[in-house]
Ligand binder design. Sequence first.
Ligand code: AMP
Length: 283
Amino acid sequence: MIIVRSLQKMQALAIKWQKQGRSIGFVPTMGSLHQGHVSLIKKARRDNSVLAASLFVNPSQFGPKEDLAQYPRPFFRDKRICRENGVDVLFCPREQEMYPKGFNTWISVDDLSKPLCGAFRPKHFRGVATVVAKLFQLVLPTRAYFGQKDFQQLRVIERMVQDLHLPVKIVGCPIVREQSGLALSSRNSYLTRAQRLAAVNIYSALRAAEEVIKSKSYVSEREVRRAAEVVLRKARGLRIQYLSVVEPSTLKPLTRVTGNALVAAAVFAGKTRLIDNVLIRKS
Ligand code: AMP
């Protein structure tokens, strides 16, 4: 595995691979890798002849009061995990090169960026779409892999790729969870033991919502939300930021659930914000 920091070097390498007719798999990450990331890397490894992963804690997707400075950056561990899982190139661009002085171009995927997390993190998806578009220009992937853990992010990227005619196939991958049900996240490392125990209830709440939806052919959004909220309210130390039932492709709120639905939540355990979701297919 080689480590590339220079943008120009990365792009030159990708152009060379393209000329050789090789398929390029790409897994963009912010590092602090866990088994969720590894599942994307393994799938990308199976599907492609060369594999690039990136480590970049993207400042433009963090709000002013968020955890950019604190975000864990265990570089040597991440490097080992990538090497052990068949990454060929680990791309670690420098912030100054990604966002040089005068940087002034942004990509906004308007409607999909407004609900759910977007309502509380106003510039987040603009930062995500922009950095992913930039990374795509540098890595020139045939296929890029994203987790359904960040379901809204996945939808934003899919829309961007479609709208801008980007020649890359977006592959969505299932959420990897601990045995307890807690979705793996780099931010889980912020949790105390007690908060971790409480956080397990996020998935239990989403499962309760899923059960209500699956048990009836017609159910109101209020009833679904109530089923999940009961579980979350019983857990000590959790604060719900949002709990929403939306149509999975548009992310528009549903008032009643008759077909497919996404139940998504953002919940604070102390100061740590955790997100999770379940996708329910009925039709
Ligand atoms: P991040 O490093 O948090 O930006 O995540 C990089 C990629 O890994 C994104 O596509 C995430 O959706 C994905 N990811 C993060 N956590 C999980 C998980 N628990 N299961 C599956 N994919 C995940």
